[in-house]
Design a protein around this ligand. Structure first.
Ligand SMILES: *[C@@H]1O[C@H](CO)[C@@H](O)[C@H](O)[C@H]1NC(C)=O
Ligand SMILES: *[C@@H]1O[C@H](CO)[C@@H](O)[C@H](O)[C@H]1NC(C)=O
Ligand SMILES: *[C@@H]1O[C@H](CO)[C@@H](O)[C@H](O)[C@H]1NC(C)=O
Ligand SMILES: *[C@@H]1O[C@H](CO)[C@@H](O)[C@H](O)[C@H]1NC(C)=O
Ligand SMILES: *[C@@H]1O[C@H](CO)[C@@H](O)[C@H](O)[C@H]1NC(C)=O
Ligand SMILES: *[C@@H]1O[C@H](CO)[C@@H](O)[C@H](O)[C@H]1NC(C)=O
Ligand SMILES: *[C@@H]1O[C@H](CO)[C@@H](O)[C@H](O)[C@H]1NC(C)=O
Ligand SMILES: *[C@@H]1O[C@H](CO)[C@@H](O)[C@H](O)[C@H]1NC(C)=O
Length: 910
């Protein structure tokens, strides 16, 4: 690389840094919100001049200001709050408050302000809050004297070597003073003298000051002090006594003495507090190992005592002596066992003097045992927290373990994670007032027969989740707790627990919240929840309930949610559900939240969610849903406020997704988090792994008219095909009936046959010459009484032309009878004229007027070609076959006579 390239690179880099760093902080100019301007973290070297003149708050923190000239603030004369913390200011100009006469809050933490003179702050009379921590203050004279309205002053972390901020009385309204993290080691008598003329100071924070000596009377000037915070100031036991002596006679209420290495408390440590009314004492994190008996005897007004995070070895009957008013005792992690120390001991009756105690927290404590006298005397106790503690005695809770609580009025007992293995009969029977019992995260392994909870007839909440799936229920499990409203059994039940003839929940008609999740339940009865008329929340996620809703389930689907009309929230995620019966969710009219994520719901039945008219939140993530069809989703999506259906393998075709996308576009009440990033197409290939919002709805819009056209087209084609086929194979029939209709319409119909017309012959016989002998043989014998035939050869009048004779004779015959043979069909005379005439007769007269007698089997096609007649044109009885068997000839004749004797009328139907 040449040096020229190198320079270019540097220039580019600088450019990149300059341009992109402000961008990286996502803000390039001040953000105005209402009347506040946020100009923090903009690398500003001066106050921006282009902000609205009417702002009241200006945040200039985390910039590079080294000074704030009053003139630069002049445009913002209405400013109430100014924050210039985390800059490089070395001084505060007196003109600042003059430029901003209404300023109330000035925050200048973490700068390099060194010297402040009285005149710098004298114009700041309206200031109420002044923060100056983390500077290098060197106070000369009565610096704060002008701050007449100041209520809050923070000068912590300034390396101040004295707590004295002035000698003249000043800051008459100061309420809170922060002086912590400074280097002074002595609190001198007159340090707070400047506050002696007011009674307003209430809170003094000396956190992490390195105070070793507290001179007597140093708090006298501020005797109205309520709260003193000394946390982390490493005073040690002897200095504490001096501190207490200095506090004697003050109004101190709350004393916070955390992390001060108070390893031992003696009966004298707090002696000097006897002439105070301290109500709250916090001694946490002191490594406290030993508390002498009577150490607290001086604190008769104490209301709350915090001893958490210590290392107390031994509690005796007299440890808490004198704490007659104590209401809260926090012993969280106060008694612990380490590798080097023995297990702490809580003696019997250790708490007996705490008659007013209402809350006792023994969370994460260890002691050798809890006996039947440990909690004796706690007659006001309402809440006992034993969670995460380790007491061998709690492994098996017998009817004596907690007997000492019998005299209390305990409402809540927290035994979460206390390594309980077994609960014996009547274990809680002394706790008549108990409303809340927490037994989560234990190792309870037993069949709950009911006697375990005997006596808890006021219990409202029973929490027994996470018990390693070793609890077995029985029909009587909860008979003793009829008022139960909350029951949690997540990850606690054995597989058989819910497969009982009588539901264990039957007595719980008040139950509103039931958690049965994470139990691997595969079997339950349809009546399991029947009695829970007040159930609102049901959690069934992480079970194995798929089979119960399958059609193929033995005995049909088990509809265990039937009748739970008051339910508002149902969770059935992770159940392997691949079928939901149409009626499974019916009746859940009030359901507001339904969670079905992580199932296999690619085949939802139509209308399966149609009862869910109140639904607000629907979870269907990762459920293999491919199509969002209106038949399934129209109702549940109608009033939704939140839909979570991400990470499904959507099929991005018009059929599957268009409706959903249209709904998404039109809904303005439902939020669909992650729509762009988490809703991806899986099919078809063209859209694979693209957001469903990329789907082009226009491709479907074009299809609508196309589809209509397509349907129309195909219908037409089908129709035409059908007509063509019909015409091809039955055209003659159509033509024939058409002709008949026309004839009838034109009045040639025989519907009223001429009553009086007399026929000379019964039938005019047409036959081929060669068939003359058959006519002789078969038909002539019928002549006589039965009927009379007309034969051309025999009956034509001599002299008449052949044509006229035929026409005349046909007219005189009631019927025309064809003797059909191949020869007849090939006889041109017969074909051309006689047949034509016969056909006319058929049309004009009736279908009955022609009789076909087949001597041979002749194809219909040939028949129509030669005679223009088909078998189908005629009545069935007018089509006769000359029998092969002689014995049937009689029957043939009979038929023939019937055919000849019938009327020529059409049936009225046609
Ligand atoms: C402040 O002034 C700006 C114009 O500079 C104006 O748009 C805004 O409405 C004003 N706000 C108030 C609260 O007066
Ligand atoms: C304080 O304890 C000491 C022994 O440690 C004892 O002699 C003294 O009597 C106790 N004082 C009170 C007031 O109990
Ligand atoms: C403590 O309270 C009592 C009344 O409860 C009161 O008489 C006494 O003056 C108070 N003591 C101090 C130091 O405030
Ligand atoms: C405790 O249970 C034992 C049997 O285990 C019984 O004899 C005793 O009466 C019970 N005590 C109480 C107070 O219920
Ligand atoms: C019971 O103890 C557990 C664990 O310490 C805690 O999370 C829970 O909030 C407690 N319950 C109540 C009602 O205080
Ligand atoms: C405890 O129950 C008794 C009656 O059994 C009742 O008198 C008392 O007020 C209850 N205590 C509380 C704190 O509810
Ligand atoms: C719904 O709850 C009410 C009381 O909150 C109850 O009266 C009603 O019977 C319940 N409905 C059903 C169907 O259980
Ligand atoms: C939804 O709206 C966007 C923008 O208005 C539009 O581009 C898109 O085609 C619409 N989608 C549907 C399915 O209507």
């Amino acid at each position: 690389m040449s040096s020229g390239d190198g320079k270019k690179l540097v220039v580019l880099l600088c450019h990149f840094l300059l341009v992109s760093l402000p961008e990286a902080s996502q803000k390039t100019s001040c953000r105005i919100q209402g009347t506040k301007a946020d100009c923090s973290r903009l690398s500003l070297a001066s106050v921006p001049s282009d902000l609205p003149g009417n702002i009241t708050g200006l945040d200039l923190s985390h910039n590079r200001l080294s000074q704030v000239p009053p003139a630069s603030l002049a445009p913002y004369v209405g400013l109430l709050d100014l924050d210039v913390s985390f800059n490089s200011l070395t001084s505060l100009d007196g003109g600042l408050c003059r430029a901003l006469p209404r300023l109330q809050t000035l925050t200048a933490d973490h700068n390099e302000v060194h010297v402040i003179r009285e005149e710098d702050l004298s114009p700041c009379g309206s200031l109420t809050e002044f923060r100056l921590s983390g500077n290098r203050l060197k106070l000369k004279g009565e610096v704060f004297a002008g701050l007449q309205s100041l209520k809050f002053l923070d000068v912590s972390k300034n390396n101040l070597n004295s707590a004295k901020l002035g000698s003249r009385p000043q800051m008459p309204n100061l309420v809170e003073l922060r002086l912590g993290f400074n280097t002074f080691s002595t609190l001198a008598k007159d340090d707070f003298a400047l506050f002696s003329h007011s009674e307003s100071l209430q809170v003094l924070n000396l956190e992490s000051a390195t105070i070793k000596t507290v001179e007597p009377g140093s708090f006298q000037p501020i005797s109205h002090l309520h709260i003193l915070i000394m946390d982390g100031s490493n005073m040690g036991t002897t200095s504490i006594s001096k501190l207490c002596a200095a506090l004697s006679g003050t109004s101190i209420r709350k004393l916070s003495l955390q992390r001060m290495k108070l390893v031992t408390l003696t009966n004298g440590t707090f002696k000097e507090l006897r002439r105070t009314n301290v109500t709250s004492l916090d001694l946490s994190g002191n490594g406290l190992g030993k508390i002498e008996e009577g150490s607290f005897r001086w604190l008769g007004k104490l209301d709350a005592l915090v001893l958490s995070d210590n290392n107390i070895k031994h509690l005796t009957k007299r440890t808490f002596e004198g704490l007659d008013s104590l209401k809260q005792l926090d012993l969280r992690k106060a008694l612990v066992k380490s590798h080097t120390s023995a297990t702490p001991i809580i003696e019997d009756f250790s708490f007996q003097l705490l008659g007013a105690l209402e809350t006792l927290c023994l969370q994460k404590t260890t002691a050798r045992e809890i006996s039947e006298h440990t909690f004796a005397g706690l007659k006001s106790l309402k809440y006992l927290d034993l969670s995460w503690s380790s007491y061998v005695s709690l492994k098996t809770i017998s009817n004596r373990t907690l007997a000492s609580l019998g005299g209390s009025q305990l409402l809540k007992l927290n035994m979460t994670a206390t390594a309980i293995l077994q609960i014996q009969h009547g274990a809680f029977s002394h706790l008549r007032n108990l409303t809340h019992l927490f037994l989560d995260l234990n190792f309870i392994k037993q069949t709950v027969g009911g006697a375990e909870f005997q006596g808890l007839d006021r219990l409202q909440e029973l929490h027994m989740s996470f018990n390693h799936q070793t609890i077995t229920l029985s029909p009587a499990s909860f008979v003793g707790v009829p008022l139960l409203r909350v029951l949690t059994l997540s990850k606690s039940l054995t597989a058989m627990s819910l497969n009982l003839d009588r539901s264990p929940f039957e007595p719980l008609s008040n139950l509103a919240y039931l958690d049965l999740s994470n139990n691997n339940i595969a079997n339950l009865r349809a009546n399991l929840l029947t009695n829970l008329v007040n159930l609102k929340v049901l959690k069934l996620q992480h079970n194995n309930l798929a089979r119960l809703w399958k059609d193929v389930n033995l005995g049909g689907a088990v509809l265990y949610l039937k009748g739970l009309e008051n339910m508002t929230s149902l969770q059935m995620d992770n159940n392997g559900l691949d079928e939901i019966p149409a009626e499974a969710l019916s009746g859940l009219r009030n359901l507001r939240e339904l969670s079905l994520s992580n199932n296999l719901l690619n085949n939802l039945k139509d209308s399966v969610f149609d009862s869910l008219t109140s639904l607000k939140v629907l979870h269907l993530q990762r459920s293999l849903i491919t199509a969002v069809r209106p038949q399934v989703f129209r109702v549940p999506l109608a009033n939704l406020s939140e839909l979570l259906m991400d990470r499904n393998p959507f099929d991005c075709t018009c059929e599957s997704i268009l409706w959903f996308l249209t709904w998404l576009n039109t809904t303005n009440t439902t939020s669909v988090p992650g729509l762009r990033e988490q809703y991806m197409c899986n099919t078809p290939l063209a859209y694979f792994n693209r957001s469903i919002t990329d789907f082009d709805p226009l491709s479907c819009k074009d299809m609508a008219p196309f589809r209509a056209l397509y349907i129309l087209n195909s219908t037409l084609v089908a129709l035409l095909t059908a007509i063509a086929l019909l015409v091809r194979f039955h055209g003659w029939r159509i033509q024939f009936y058409w002709n008949i209709l026309v004839n009838r319409a034109l009045g040639f119909s025989d519907t009223t046959p001429e009553k009086g017309q007399q026929f000379e012959y019964d039938a005019y016989i047409i036959h081929a010459e060669v068939d003359g002998s058959w006519v002789e043989r078969a038909l002539m014998p019928l002549e006589g009484n039965a009927c009379k035939f007309c034969l051309e050869d025999r009956d034509s009048l001599p002299g008449e032309s052949q044509l006229e004779s035929i026409v005349e004779n046909m007219r005189n015959s009631r019927k025309i009878l064809f003797v059909v043979t191949e020869s007849l069909l090939s006889d041109p005379w017969c074909r051309r004229f006689k047949a034509h005439h016969a056909l006319h007769q058929v049309m004009e007269a009736s279908r009955d007027s022609v009789i076909l007698v087949f001597l041979q089997d002749v194809h219909d096609y040939k028949l129509s070609r030669s005679l223009f007649l088909r078998r189908g044109m005629l009545r069935k009885r007018c089509v006769l076959h000359w029998p092969v068997h002689k014995e049937r000839v009689v029957a043939f004749r009979q038929k023939l006579l019937i055919a000849l004797g019938t009327t020529n009328r059409f049936p009225p139907l046609l």
